[in-house]
Write a protein that binds this ligand. Sequence first.
Ligand SMILES: Nc1ncnc2c1ncn2[C@@H]1O[C@H](COP(=O)(O)OP(=O)(O)OP(=O)(O)O)[C@@H](O)[C@H]1O
Length: 695
Amino acid sequence: MPELRSGTRRDRTNPNPAPVAPPERPRRRAAAARNRRTAASAPAEEEDLIANAGGEAAGEEVRILEGGGEIGGGVDEEGIGERRMDDYGSGGKSADKLAGGEEEGCAAPLPEKVQVGGSPLYKIERKLGKGGFGQVYVGRRISTTNTNGRMGGANAVEVALKFEHRTSKGCNYGPPYEWQVYNTLGGIHGVPRVHFKGRQGEYYVMVMDMLGPSLWDVWNNNAHTMSTEMVACIAIEAISILEKMHSKGYVHGDVKPENFLLGPPGTPEEKKLFLVDLGLATRWKDTSSGQHVEYEQWPDVFRGTVRYASVHAHLGRTGSRRDDLESLAYTLIFLLRGRLPWQGYQGGNKGFLVCKKKMATSPETLCYFCPQPFKQFVEYVVNLKFDEEPNYARYISLFDGVVGPNPDIRPINTDGAQKLIYQVGQKRGRLMMEEDDDEQPKKKIRMGMPATQWISVYNARRPMKQRYHYNVADIRLAQHIEKGNEDGLYISCVASCANLWALIMDAGTGFIAQVYELSPHFLHKEWIMEQWEKNYYISALAGANNGSSLVVMSKGISSKGTQFAQQSYKVSDSFPFKWINKKWREGFYVTAMATAGSRWGVVMSRNAGFSDQVVELDFLYPSEGIHRRWDSGYRITATAATLDQAALVLSVPRRKPADETQETLRTSAFPSQHVKEKWAKNLYIASVCYGRTVS
Ligand SMILES: Nc1ncnc2c1ncn2[C@@H]1O[C@H](COP(=O)(O)OP(=O)(O)OP(=O)(O)O)[C@@H](O)[C@H]1O
């Protein structure tokens, strides 16, 4: 198991942000819960209540009911629809990292001389740089053994010595995790070679090839500018380095200007590009099976550097090849334009605001004033799927027109890229990549145009009566609910749009009793606790933009439905994933969810009838994630959305339904007509919410 480093954030002397170092991600279930560095931005917590009900009988599962709501959107007058049993016949189926270094209060002084793992003896000279974990110094060889007097290689007169203190979080389990990665990647195209490593006193020391300035240094020393040709050459060569790294099964995980170094000045390698700092590298390909690693999302886990991280990394998705390329795209635009649109955010929710801005910035806006190839590159990489193989050769060829035709006089050595283009050309039986004829046109995301919509989810059920009401004002709620109850229907979901309610009532809930309350609070604790005392549990809730809420609490039938054994809810200013994660470990599952304005309300219950649960959270409808989860047996069981984000909870039911069909719809108006079409196919609304869907 890889050890990963972790620590707390601190500012660097370098004005650029350093990576955030998260604590270990908890293991939720057997599948691929790898150690991660996580960011800890605890949301403002307001409620965390538990109802401990004594022994309600548990039988079969009750469908979990949910609702969500948001403001905005054009809505018309109140509507109602009903599917009766006789409608369609009855035969149908239904950071910054903290290094052990001098300024951080780690008292251990660096040794004056270093000799580790059979290396020559080195005298420590000037400092080359410092990151969140390590500090890097020049080591000058003073022993005379094994020397041929030349620079470079294991016998070099000057080497780079990377020190990590043994108490640094990255060394919790022994030597730094980065060492393992260097074992595989050290010395491949664009990665410096590590010659010796070992522990000396309080420090783990890695002896590596000495390199020159970073791209950030070059940009900084050149009045915060860099020529288009230089950046295009960097693009070309960096893509080829990433291709090589990826071909070895790794993603770098922290691509940024500070981690690209040039060779030492005055040497034949001074124009050669290297990528360093492999402390966040992870495998995208499983070593033994050769398969792509499993897709996961842990919305409170962040790895990398906020400014350059991919949107997927912000959202806690498993790192894959696309993330390095997206970070490279931001690196290039930064070097070219001197600034990225999401710089300058501060405060506890900086990560959220930066990610939101990244999602809201179209490639056109990001690359305004940049030559066309940069925009095309951004467009390609932000549209890559989780396990999609990037077309590296094609990306490289985008920059052909921006760099000079003679590779020998380019500001950056592009040998690696030329080799790659040549190899791919050979493989394909042609020399260059003009095409791609075989590429399907893709639906573009991140158009910089946010939209809010209804998200409705439909499950296959045996024919039953279901009824919906939408655009319901507060005062009309009671009469609809009473009428429904008279007809033998209970509320299964609620939602809100523009301070009006949507109400789904049906005959298939399995409830035996139900109460509800419309309250000006999100949520009304006293009332909920009173009902908990009477063994009612929250079965659906919705919040309006004005802060009011509609909470529905129900009792289940023991012979037909599961009665929750315990329930807990939380209201918070950001999506409370940390809390959800904690509750998962205590045996709770999300059973209802809603939003009021930008606040989230999440209800979790024990004995919920699920064997596993995941969350998909995004700044748009997370289509790719949902399809992946569907393929692995999850079904959406709760939805909610704010104006910024949509969250979908997907669960594996303990009892598999006879028909697992589930469909979703996104519509700008309440899907009144669509619902009828779904009913005709015995698909019934299982969840509905209104909020952010596309951008
Ligand atoms: N081989 C090298 N030759 C010259 N300078 C180097 C070398 N390796 C690292 N440096 C310098 O030291 C700095 C810190 O190194 P590195 O990024 O590996 O440390 P880190 O603590 O893992 O950093 P981070 O906080 O980015 O994770 C680099 O930005 C670079 O300036």
